[in-house]
Design a protein around this ligand. Structure first.
Ligand SMILES: Cc1cc2nc3c(=O)[nH]c(=O)nc-3n(C[C@H](O)[C@H](O)[C@H](O)COP(=O)(O)OP(=O)(O)OC[C@H]3O[C@@H](n4cnc5c(N)ncnc54)[C@H](O)[C@@H]3O)c2cc1C
Length: 393
């Protein structure tokens, strides 16, 4: 088999690239090791409503479980910060359908799509990667291509096999555990997040509603914690007297939150999405980042094929670092400083912010938020808090 482009991984980044490149008339194959693309999910399924228009994805009720209008944050001692909007701010997807539909859009655009096809190695010819060795329904297949895309998620092997250094220590990942379950008593029009060093070290507990009484209830904590994420999630459910007796799914996963793969392109191989650790290190959301990186990557793949000049692929790395990498590096710096916050700090900040401009907080304008906190007398009187907050600016 010979294609212009082989894309390994039909999560979020992979199908976006396959669709965009196939639309321009190039031959593309998108492969995924899953028997059913999208299943199992490893996700809380929350995403900004803006992505549909931005990335040309239909707003299709088949994969939208619920529209949400904001978020509610809870501090360790129970202070609450609610950010509610008039308009829909995000949606909780059904990723099993969403990922499959993204692959369907790629197929409709002209790409070949093969489920149950696992890339196991790269093929090298004349010192460069010439394709992928895969197992399709247990049969070995060789797929040759001019461009190889590693969109194979956080456990990515293909980029490494192509010689790209993707190593990161365990501390740079969060471990997640999640139940899709019946749950009552939480406003189903908001997402809910609980913070605290005893609740979820370095992370948070989330309730993302998929229905009036059904939600993804999960947790992310630092991977090198001596306790498991499941331990903390079960503890939180127990402490909040939430019966864990109507569990429809159990999901586990790892989220890269500690920095980004530096070398995004090596010759004719690109690494995109979670495989490149292109995730917002503050909240661990990676779908929007995968869509953005996939869009930038596809533009340069098309350009490289049009001009028959593989060196143009390097522009994906340059453009991603310019547009996204710098912004995400700043967010990573903020995240690392927030790790030093005590439960008392979290209580105080959430209490103080409950009077602040919700638009700015939810819009991720951390700097405005920090400036507001710095003016508060309770912060002014604590040199440690002042120092922490100043570091964030
Ligand atoms: C518990 C949890 C909750 C999350 N919640 C959210 C959230 O609410 N919102 C959000 O935006 N992000 C969330 N994320 C992150 C989000 O899921 C990822 O950032 C996003 O899916 C990345 O997309 P991707 O295309 O890079 O990789 P993936 O979606 O992981 O897709 C990679 C694909 O590659 C396939 N694959 C892997 N290896 C091979 C191989 N060798 N051969 C063939 N196929 C292969 C896999 O089967 C998979 O389908 C969450 C993550 C976890 C773990």
């Amino acid at each position: 088999m010979k294609y212009d482009v082989v894309v390994v991984g039909a999560g979020i980044a992979g199908p976006i690239i396959a669709r965009n490149v196939a639309r321009k008339g190039y031959s593309v194959i998108l492969i995924d090791k899953k028997w059913a693309i999208g299943t199992p999910k490893q996700c809380a399924e929350g995403i900004s409503v803006k992505v549909f228009e931005k990335y040309g994805i239909p707003y299709d009720r088949r994969f939208i479980n619920r529209e949400v209008y904001g978020a509610k944050l809870y501090s360790p001692s129970g202070y609450e910060l609610e950010m509610r909007y008039k308009d829909v701010s995000g949606v909780i997807l059904e990723r099993k359908v969403f990922d499959k539909m993204l692959a369907y859009y790629a197929a409709k655009a002209g790409a070949d799509v093969l489920a149950r096809t696992e890339a196991v190695d790269v093929i090298r010819r004349d010192g460069r990667v010439a394709g992928i060795k895969a197992k399709h329904e247990d049969e070995p297949v060789e797929i040759y291509a001019d461009v190889i895309v590693a969109a194979d998620g956080v456990e990515s092997t293909i980029a490494r096999k192509a010689g790209i250094n993707t190593y990161a220590p365990p501390h740079e990942f969060d471990s997640s555990y999640e139940y899709e379950m019946l749950i009552e008593g939480y406003d189903p029009d908001l997402i809910h997040l609980w913070f605290g060093n005893e609740v979820a070290p370095r992370g948070y507990v989330w309730v993302f509603p998929k229905d009036e009484d059904r939600a993804n209830v999960g947790i992310g904590i630092n991977s090198d914690n001596p306790q498991t994420a499941k331990y903390y999630l079960d503890k939180w459910l127990g402490e909040n007297r939430i019966p864990a007796k109507k569990i429809l799914e159990v999901n586990v996963g790892v989220v890269p939150v500690g920095g980004f793969v530096k070398e995004l392109v090596k010759d004719n191989v690109l690494v995109v999405g979670d495989a490149a650790r292109q995730v917002n290190p503050m909240h661990g959301g990676g779908m929007g980042e995968a869509m953005e990186a996939g869009t930038i990557a596809s533009e340069w793949i098309i350009q490289a094929l049009e001009e028959e000049n593989i060196t143009l692929l390097q522009n994906y790395a340059r453009e991603w670092w310019e547009k996204e990498g710098g912004r995400l590096e700043k967010i990573l710096k903020v995240r690392k400083i927030t790790e030093k916050l005590t439960d008392e700090d979290l209580d105080l900040f959430i209490q103080l912010l409950s009077g602040a401009d919700a638009e700015k907080i939810a819009g991720g304008n951390y700097f405005e938020v920090i400036k507001a906190l710095l003016k508060n007398p309770k912060v002014l009187m604590s040199p440690r808090r002042m120092k922490l907050l100043r570091q964030l600016l």
